[in-house]
Design a protein around this ligand. Structure first.
Ligand SMILES: [Zn+2]
Ligand SMILES: [Zn+2]
Length: 181
């Protein structure tokens, strides 16, 4: 499990340097995990891949591929959409990142942290994270026949208080209008 506070420092990127570990903190456990993964799969340790990793590790919350690319570009780094996408896929396979597909929304990604429930407003699309120790205790104790649980996701759909207030206001304005006609 990753500590949410772990980030990695990334000093002056040198695109052409073939040995990324010369300038990335290779002792950082997150960096090490990714490096081990790339080694084990015979993949190249490119500057782009580590720049993407660094951006993800320094970000708390959910993001889409597009948002991630924008953040990386905000760091002054140019990466193609397909490189971002491919690196995200590698990080999912390395069990460092998780994909969520909430109903009617683009895929969102987040680092693997403590288990939490996602509460999703179907009107505005806002996603809230909720920690529920009772539910976690229930799930930790839950065994399924002929099945080993790795992780679980719980999505709760509904209406957030802001949207509920808005729709109430719209309804009462409509009623007033009807009465004044
Ligand atoms: Zn809402
Ligand atoms: Zn989440």
């Amino acid at each position: 499990m990753l500590d949410s506070k772990i980030g990695c420092t990334f000093v002056t990127p040198m695109r052409t340097d073939p040995n990324i570990e010369d300038f990335v903190d290779s002792n950082n456990p997150v960096v090490r995990k990714f490096s081990d993964y790339l080694d084990a799969h015979g993949m190249r340790k490119t500057t782009e891949r580590y720049a993407i990793l660094q951006r993800i590790m320094n970000f708390n919350g959910h993001f889409t591929i597009e948002e991630l690319q924008q953040m990386i570009e905000g760091d002054g780094f140019r990466v193609s959409r397909s490189t971002v996408y491919n690196t995200v896929e590698l990080l999912i396979d390395a069990k460092m990142l998780r994909r969520h597909v909430f109903e009617g929304m683009q895929a969102q990604y987040e680092r693997i942290t403590l288990p939490h429930t996602h509460v999703i407003c179907t009107t505005c699309g806002k996603v809230k994270e909720v920690r529920d120790p009772n539910f976690a205790a229930f799930m930790n104790a839950r065994r399924f026949n002929a099945f080993n649980t790795d992780h679980y996701s719980l999505y709760v759909y509904g209406t957030c208080s802001t949207c509920a207030r808005k729709s109430k206001r719209v309804k009462s304005e409509n009623n007033k209008r009807k009465k004044s006609l």
